[in-house]
Design a protein around this ligand. Structure first.
Ligand SMILES: Nc1ncnc2c1ncn2[C@@H]1O[C@H](COP(=O)(O)OP(=O)(O)O)[C@@H](O)[C@H]1O
Ligand SMILES: [Mg+2]
Length: 356
């Protein structure tokens, strides 16, 4: 129940407790290792895209928007045959990319950007809630656990306070601790009618990029949240009702540590697969091998004639020849989806699907 107004930031509490600092060191170490390795990889687009699609799927799954990799594959290559859930997941990835580009080019993370991100996820321009009546319920019992602030003016005030907290250096608090505070505050403001959870989890990674703790948007907590879902919900309430920041912050920091380690393993495997496939194509199809071709094959987990044609500046006929040679040698598997023939990079697809 919310008899009290949501307080502005910064929290009036000691956040850097001994327990927090211990976990903070571990999270920072794991994150630095991931950043260090990812920085050395030549084509980051490959990694980002592959990792983002999993995040889009997982973050949506937290909100009961459930889809499969196969369905997603369909939605990406030909939207007409895909389920609504898969289309929503693909929009989530679009929102992630857009958010990333906005933060990179503006070196800020503003309320307007957040509104834009949520608009892409939801495919509408409803913007900030204007009508009262939004409540957060316990999924099982249906009981109201929290009533977020109502009224656009109050919501906007809280968002501008949050925007300041995000973009200004606040009394030397470590950015990873701030990330936990930001996620709590954003979800508690709950500025939108829907999409708050997903938008909030996009803000998390954008904040890491903003703080230069990551260069590429490749660290996501959704998988960890799925594994520890009831704590995710109950710890929001713990902060609210008992000002129990410590447990919430430790929860987020542990998530950062665990997911950074998992992502590092996945990144290494994707990178190794790019190398392996390059070597094999060079050996078996020396006439068509080029670095650009490899990049195109890993750009998504599928490709089409037109991408090869444009990407390599070759004729359509040459592109068709390349693709059929690659298929014959077992590097790609093709299938007709809609009007087009789609070539799947199954090795990449399986890596992404089955994870680390
Ligand atoms: N007690 C709570 N206090 C604050 N935020 C909460 C609480 N319980 C859940 N949340 C947040 O609300 C999100 C769900 O809000 P919603 O607008 O439906 O997002 P989405 O459409 O992305 O599902 C959860 O993912 C979580 O981040
Ligand atoms: Mg929802």
């Amino acid at each position: 129940m919310s008899e009290h107004k949501l307080p502005m930031l910064p929290p009036n509490a000691e956040l850097e407790t001994k327990t927090v600092l211990k976990q903070l060191a571990r999270a920072n170490r794991a994150l630095a290792e991931l950043k260090g390795y990812a920085d050395t990889i030549p084509n980051k687009h490959i990694l980002i895209n592959a990792i983002m699609i999993n995040e889009a799927k997982d973050s949506s799954a937290i909100e009961n928007i459930i889809t499969t990799h196969d369905d997603l594959y369909k939605a990406m290559s030909d939207a007409s045959g895909a389920s609504p859930a898969a289309k929503e997941v693909v929009s989530y990835r679009t929102a992630l990319w857009q958010g990333y580009e906005l933060v990179k080019s503006n070196e800020m993370l503003t309320t307007n950007m957040i509104v834009e991100i949520q608009g892409i996820i939801e495919k509408n321009r409803a913007g900030i809630r204007k009508l009262p009546g939004t409540v957060l319920r316990n999924e099982r019992t249906g009981e109201t656990v929290y009533t977020p602030p109502a009224g656009e003016t109050e919501i906007r005030e809280l968002l501008s306070n949050l925007e300041k907290y995000i973009n200004e250096d606040y009394n030397d608090i470590d950015p990873l601790i701030k990330l936990a505070v930001i996620h709590y505050q954003f979800e508690s403001i709950h500025p939108f009618y829907d999409g708050n959870g997903r938008t909030g989890r996009i803000i998390n990674v954008l904040y890491l990029v903003l703080m230069e703790l990551l260069d590429s948007p490749i660290l996501y907590l959704s998988k960890y949240i799925i594994r520890n879902k009831s704590a995710y919900y109950s710890l929001f309430q713990e902060v609210r009702t008992h000002a129990n920041w410590e447990e919430w912050i430790v929860y987020i920091l542990t998530g950062i540590e665990e997911t950074a380690e998992e992502t590092l393993r996945l990144v290494k495997r994707i990178n190794a697969e790019v190398e392996t496939m390059s070597t094999e194509i060079k050996e078996k199809l020396p006439k068509i091998y080029s670095k650009e071709l490899i990049d195109l094959l890993f750009y998504e987990f599928y490709t089409k004639t037109v991408y090869i044609e444009k990407g390599l500046s070759v004729t359509r006929k040459t592109a068709v020849n390349y693709l059929s040679s690659l298929e014959k040698e077992g590097f790609l598997t093709s299938e007709k989806i809609g009007k087009e023939r789609i070539y799947q990079n199954k090795r990449l697809y399986d890596l992404v699907k089955y994870g680390q």
